[in-house]
Design a protein around this ligand. Structure first.
Ligand code: XIL
Length: 380
């Protein structure tokens, strides 16, 4: 501070100082009032943390996360292909950063994920000759992987998506024929839960999947969860990923599925919420992550901005979703959006690379969408 500025403050007297203190306190209060505070009595409000924070060190984004959210999930850094190195070793760099962020901000920190068919090299499941390894060998690999990860972050990661996306989308929704399943059958699921539970008995363990609020896959999920419960698998929660679109599925359908999962005695999490506004290129709002379609400009209609009527429609969709969630808060542990602001959403590149989507609560300038104000208003 320069001498003349110091003189000005001294000269302005007590009134100035008091109003300055008040202004500072107000600014401080504002800093700590985000969506998480408005929803403190309902459920936790989470977000996924990706490379923009962990690798690019985006300060604006991490400040926004600290202000608005009280739960975090790692978007990629704890998946097999990220946390393991080619030499069967480990790369904990981003995972440690992620967990430190959660600890520093006293957040409900979620791990993602311990057993998933995707973002894992085929070589995990095969021997040097290219044949599948045995059930015993795979169980051993799972033991090592899960006990190391869960053990390392014990007490800091409170919940794990223990198993991700084990149910297939095809007719009758059978179990997905992943390498895990082909080698171990459904036991891969119980094994993942059991090892995680033995390693950290306090961790809240979740079965996570997409479209399990939709007819067919929903019934398959209920049946799977019942089979696991019958075997006394230590499962505490179910994660509805909730990659929704602006037009579906209906709020009633999501509500019904929340109630059905709750009837099983499980806590319900919305684990990867986003609302896609772009034209759907398949009959489902989302399919498996390796699916890709070709880019055409007709499939990317809002690259120069979102028309007012679509912003309104989108805001209303968020509002009616949250109205329903508040109504069912007794069953809901957490609602997590898959990313913070539109610019970092995976949906800009999925299932078509290079589109401009608007699926989150904050826009490309990191300013709140109209939906945000509606969600706050629901709590006023
Ligand atoms: C996505 C990430 O957001 C992308 O960055 C990555 O390229 C692919 O995976 N279901 C899941 C998440 O469980 O792990 C996926 O995350 C989105 C679908």
């Amino acid at each position: 501070m320069t001498v003349s500025r110091r003189k000005f403050i001294a000269g302005a007297g007590a009134t100035f100082l008091i109003s300055q203190i008040k202004a500072n306190a107000f600014a401080e209060a504002l800093k700590h009032t985000g969506l998480k505070d408005y929803y403190a009595k309902d459920f936790k409000i989470g977000t996924a943390i990706g490379s923009d924070i962990l690798e690019k060190n985006d300060q604006q984004l991490s400040a926004l996360v600290a202000r608005e959210f009280n739960s975090i999930t790692p978007e990629n850094c704890l998946k097999w292909e990220s946390v393991r190195t080619a030499e069967e070793g480990w790369n904990f760099k981003d995972g440690d950063k992620f967990v430190e962020f959660g600890v520093k901000n006293a957040m409900y920190t979620v791990g993602h994920t311990l057993a998933w068919h995707s973002q894992i090299p085929d070589s995990v499941f095969k021997n040097d000759k290219g044949n599948y390894i045995s059930a015993e060998q795979l169980k051993k690999k799972m033991d090592h992987h899960i006990s190391t990860l869960v053990g390392r972050y014990k007490g800091k990661i409170m919940a794990w998506d223990a198993v991700n996306e084990a149910i297939d989308d095809g007719a009758g929704n059978p179990m997905r024929k992943s390498h895990y399943f082909n080698i171990l059958g459904e036991d891969f699921i119980s094994h993942a839960f059991n090892v995680a539970h033995e390693t950290d008995p306090d961790a809240h363990l979740i079965y996570n999947d997409y479209n399990i609020e939709q007819a067919g896959k929903h019934e398959a999920a209920i049946a799977l969860l019942k089979r696991l419960q019958k075997k006394e698998v230590p499962i505490n929660g179910v994660g509805i990923q909730a990659h929704l679109s602006i037009s579906g599925p209906s709020i009633e359908q999501i509500e019904k599925s929340i109630l059905n999962f709750a009837k099983l005695g499980l806590r319900v999490h919305l684990t990867e919420l986003d609302i896609d506004v772009l034209p759907q290129v398949w009959n489902l709002p989302i399919a498996e992550v390796s699916t890709r379609f070709e880019y055409t400009s007709a499939r990317d209609p809002y690259k120069n901005g979102l028309p007012k009527e679509i912003e309104d429609k989108l805001a209303k969709r968020w509002e009616s979703l949250f109205e329903m969630l508040i109504r069912n808060r007794a069953h809901i542990e957490r609602v997590t959006t898959w990313g913070v602001s539109d610019d970092v959403s995976w949906l800009n590149d999925f299932p078509i690379k290079g589109r401009t989507d608007y699926p989150l609560l904050f826009d490309r300038k990191r300013a709140p969408h109209d939906a945000y104000a509606r969600l706050i208003n629901l709590k006023k």
